[in-house]
Each structure stands twice: as structure tokens, then as C-alpha cells.
Design a protein around this ligand. Structure first.
Ligand code: MSP
Length: 524
């Protein structure tokens, strides 16, 4: 497996126009899992998240609360950080687009693009959705100029002078880029949407707003501020600055650049796969390696979001069920890439079935048997001598090979499902082998030793591979398997060598079994 020494991955930069909801938590959990997975593979990873604080939408949200935009943003950012902590998100950077460093980066970038001749003054007319912060073409709107994602708001007619970015000049280069990099946009279906959009012909887009004081003023014309999307995308570059770095493009792009992976919702894919690429081409900077467009969490078929007021409250879910259950459910049961309706009943059934029954019972049953038949010690055998056709060994070895490939394709749901198949197979195996029967009928201890070893080792491997998704639970499994409580924080944990089946140390003493996941009981 090829090791990439550094890896940079981003969430979108969220509008802090209200407290974060599950739609903001969802991609952040995914990015945290991807980060942890790449760390396990030995890469130095930079996980970037943050907030996109300028623009009309933010100004209005602050006004609604009777606050200055900056004060309002400051309050909301605290909410984001709090939620990330509760969800066990370990971001390395939290970029705020109102930071002075960001302003310096955005202005330097603007100047470069200006010098390249890609910015000019023109007139923009059209329907503007302030919620999307985007001009919409008539054909993309519902009757009465309603935005399909913000059905409770009408778009506003705008007719104003704006500075434009010469996107049309990048038509051929973008087509060529997407032809030559067919894996750049994932999943495949999203790529087709983007490629079709480009083929219809790209139009220049406006990158400034006149008389909007909540934004970065243009250096050449301070009556204009930088369009929030132009500003926000550059946040990914600002985020690369180290704490003591001078805020220059050169410094920001000296390490971790280009970004390896942007995770974004399908609604903002065009910004990341068309506008962003053309902006970088214009500034003479290398392009990111991959963009993954995930689907929407929906409620009764409609995109869940702040403006429609149909949100799932992530704080409430974490409070009631714990961060691992939330992370697990959203990553394993909701296919990353597709839309999915959220149902609390399905959530409870699913985590109970997998984590309490499938996983928890297997661990307590096998640890109990180890205490009954082997004095609580991992049997003394030679794991390498367990036949290579042994069902659990085969499955374990396959996972070692497949899981990194799945993460490289951002197929997180599939990775979780494949890992769980090892737990299902272990449950079937122990039931079929029935070591308790063997012990009763005087079967050979060595046979029982091999059965218990293989099941416990499969649990260890499962915990290792699922650590990116449920770090607390994985760490608990390690402790139950006799490892020190800080084992999952140690450097040796972050080498892919650990992903091999057959590493559980023989003779290791296991503590008595305790439930690792409390079954969720619904109160009527
Ligand atoms: N500020 C821009 C992003 C700028 S990135 C340089 C923005 N912010 S947002 O807060 O409106 O949305 C951030 C992300 O959250 C988007 O990728 C969006 O798709 C995602 N989600 C918001 N609601 C969602 C769901 N209901 N389901 C899944 N993701 C959703 O756009």
C-alpha cells in the first residue's frame, strides 16, 4: 500500500447563521473519520473545518438577532466548536473567514487573478437566492422564482454593477481537466452532472457585491466587497497557514498543498469543481486532488436545513445516545453519496442490532468463554499457523486490503459494512463451532484455543479498522482485549501494520467482560 506522507482534507466552511444541525455534523463526522483512517496509515494529516462568515445571508441572520454580524458570528462559532467536541471531532484547523489572515490571503489572491486579466467590471441581472448566496437561472427555479432548496423564500431580482471573473476563458481547460481526471469528482453520478453543466457553456460569474458592507472590500474599488463564495473558497488556503506564518499565499501553499480531498454536499459541488478550479488556474496554483459530493439528509423527502426549520438536533442525539452511536449510524446506515431520510426508530434499531447485539454480545460471550476455558488468557498458539483458509483469517486479510481502497474512493459506508461482515461471520463461526459443546464432550483444548483466538482477534481487527468511525468504542474494545487504556493514542497504533489479522498477543490477560455498548431502550 502506497503511503502518502501528508494528506489534507476539508469539510465545507459552514455558514454560522444559526447553531449547527445534523446536516453540518454529517460531513464533519465523515471528514474526521477519513482523517483518522489516514493517520492510521501513517500519513501526517491536516483536517480543516471552519466557518464562512461574510455575505448577505450572515448579515441578515445577525440583524434578525439584533446583533452586529461579528458578534453574532463569534457566538455561533462557539456552538460549532462545542458540537465538534461532543462529536469527538479532532480538527487541526478551524478557519474563520473574518480572520485578518484570511483577509490578507483573499486580497493577495484577488490581485493575482486581477493581474492575470481575469477580472472586469460588468452588470449582473438575475434572480438571487440569498440562502444559497447564488444567482439562479430561470430554468433552475420553481414557479414564482422559488429556489428548489429553499422553498420558503422567494429569490430577489438584482440588477447591479459587479466585478466578474472570466470563467468562460477556462471552458476548454476545465473540460480537458475533467476528461483527464475522471476520478476527480466522486461519486460517478455527480461527475456526470458537472461535466454536463460545463458542456452547456460556462458564463462569467460575478465576484463582488456593491454596497454590502459585510465582506472584504475590493482593493481596487472599496464600494464593492468580495462575493462570499470567492472569499469562502479561499478559506481552504488560509487554513493551511501555521500559527506563526506570515499570511502570504507562498507560505500557505508551502505545506499540505494542494488539498487532497474536499468533502462537500451535492448542492455546492459546482463551486468546488468549476469555479474553484478556474480561480486556482487563474492564480497559477495547483488544483486539489479530489472532490466528493455527498447527498442530503432529508426529512419527509425535503433537504433538512435551518431555513426550512426541519432540522435534526445533533446535540440532542449525542446527549441521548453518545457520540459513537451517532457517528456509526450516519456513516454506516446512510450511504455517503446518496440522499436519505432520517428516522429515529431506524437509528435505534440499527445501533442496537449492530453495536449492542452483534458486536457487544460477541465480545462478552467470547471473553466469558476465555475466562471459563482458558483462565482469561489469550491462548498460546502460533497465529501464523492458523490455516490461511480459516474463514475469519480470510475475511480479516481481505479487509486489510480493501478498507484503504474503499477510503480512497470515499466509500465510507461500504467500508463500515465490510468491517461489520467480520463480526457477523465471527458470530456465525462461534455458534457453528460451539466451543461449549466441545468442552462438554472432552474436545481438544487446542481446537477451543483456536476458535477463541480467531474470534477475539477478529474483534481486535474490527476495532482497529472501525476506530476512525467510533474511536471511543474501539478504544474500549482494545481495553477489553487486555491492552493498556491509552493504547489507541500511542504511535504504534498509527501504523498500518496493526491492520493485520493475527496480532493479538498470546498469553495476554483479559479483564472480565463488561458490556461495551448499552442497548438503547425507548421510553414510552
Ligand atoms: N458556506 C457554504 C460553503 C462554503 S465552502 C468553501 C455553505 N455553507 S452551508 O452551511 O450552507 O452548508 C455547508 C454544507 O453542509 C454543504 O456542503 C451542505 O451540503 C451541507 N448540508 C447542509 N444541510 C444538509 C443536509 N440536510 N444534509 C447533508 N448535508 C447538508 O454552503
Amino acid at each position: 500500500m502506497k503511503l502518502k506522507p501528508t494528506y489534507a482534507v476539508t469539510t465545507p466552511l459552514y455558514y454560522p447563521n444559526s447553531s449547527p444541525h445534523m446536516g453540518s455534523a454529517y460531513p464533519t463526522i465523515a471528514v474526521d473519520a477519513i482523517t483518522r483512517h489516514h493517520r492510521q496509515r501513517g500519513s501526517t494529516v491536516l483536517m480543516i473545518t471552519g466557518t464562512d462568515e461574510h455575505g448577505q445571508k450572515m448579515k441578515r441572520a445577525a440583524q434578525l438577532h439584533g446583533l452586529l454580524p461579528q458578534t453574532y458570528c463569534d457566538q455561533m462559532v462557539v456552538e460549532f466548536s462545542k458540537l465538534w467536541q461532543q462529536l469527538n471531532i479532532k480538527n487541526d484547523r478551524f478557519i474563520r473567514t473574518t480572520s485578518p489572515d484570511h483577509e490578507a490571503i483573499a486580497l493577495e489572491f484577488f490581485q493575482r487573478v486581477y493581474k492575470a486579466g481575469d477580472i472586469y467590471l460588468g452588470t449582473q441581472q438575475g434572480w438571487y437566492c440569498a440562502e444559497c448566496e447564488e444567482y439562479k437561472s430561470e430554468k433552475d427555479l420553481l414557479p414564482d422564482h422559488i429556489c428548489p432548496t429553499h422553498t420558503n423564500r422567494n429569490c430577489e431580482w438584482r440588477d447591479e454593477q459587479n466585478y466578474f471573473f472570466r470563467l468562460s476563458a477556462y471552458q476548454d481547460k476545465l473540460e480537458e481537466f475533467h476528461n483527464q481526471n475522471p476520478d476527480f469528482i466522486q461519486p460517478e453520478i455527480r461527475r456526470n452532472e458537472v461535466v454536463n453543466f460545463i458542456q452547456q457553456g460556462l458564463r462569467d460569474f460575478s465576484i463582488s457585491r456593491i454596497n454590502l458592507d459585510w465582506g472584504i472590500p475590493l482593493p481596487n474599488d472599496p464600494t464593492h466587497s468580495l462575493y462570499v463564495w470567492f472569499d469562502a473558497l479561499l478559506g481552504y488556503i488560509t487554513a493551511l497557514l501555521g500559527t506563526d506564518d506570515e499570511p502570504t499565499l507562498e507560505n500557505a501553499t508551502s505545506k499540505f498543498y494542494p488539498i487532497d480531498l474536499h468533502i462537500v454536499g451535492k448542492d455546492i459541488l459546482r463551486f468546488h469543481t468549476i469555479y474553484w478550479l478556474a480561480m486556482l488556474m487563474s492564480a497559477g496554483l495547483p488544483l486539489p486532488k479530489k472532490v466528493f459530493g455527498h447527498g442530503f439528509l432529508t426529512k419527509e423527502g425535503q433537504k433538512m436545513g435551518k431555513s426550512l426549520g426541519n432540522i435534526i438536533d445533533p446535540y440532542n442525539l449525542v446527549d441521548r445516545f453518545g457520540s459513537d452511536a451517532v457517528r456509526y449510524y450516519f456513516m454506516k446506515d446512510i450511504e455517503f453519496g446518496k440522499d436519505s431520510d432520517f428516522s429515529e426508530n431506524r437509528f435505534i434499531d440499527s445501533v442496537n442490532a449492530d453495536l449492542a447485539n452483534g458486536l457487544g454480545n460477541l465480545l462478552s460471550r467470547s471473553v466469558n468463554m476465555l475466562h471459563q476455558y482458558c483462565d482469561g488468557k489469550v491462548p498460546m498458539l502460533k497465529p501464523a499457523e492458523i490455516p490461511s483458509t480459516h474463514i475469519l483469517k480470510v475475511l480479516g486479510n481481505d479487509l486489510t486490503d480493501n478498507v484503504p481502497n474503499l477510503y480512497d474512493r470515499v466509500a465510507i459506508t461500504k467500508a463500515c459494512k465490510e468491517c461489520f461482515s467480520l463480526i457477523e461471520a465471527s458470530n456465525r463461526y462461534i455458534t457453528e463451532q460451539a466451543p461449549w459443546e466441545l468442552m462438554k464432550t472432552g474436545g481438544r483444548q487446542t481446537v477451543v484455543d483456536e476458535i477463541l483466538y480467531s474470534v477475539l482477534e477478529s474483534l481486535r481487527l474490527y476495532a482497529y479498522l472501525m476506530y476512525p468511525i467510533m474511536p471511543t468504542l474501539a478504544s474500549k474494545i482494545y481495553t477489553h482485549l487486555g491492552y493498556p487504556s491509552d493504547y489507541c493514542d500511542r504511535p504504534e497504533f498509527f501504523t498500518w501494520q496493526q491492520a493485520k489479522w493475527g496480532l493479538l498477543p498470546c498469553g495476554q490477560l483479559l479483564p472480565r467482560a463488561k458490556p461495551i455498548f448499552q442497548r438503547i431502550v425507548v421510553q414510552d
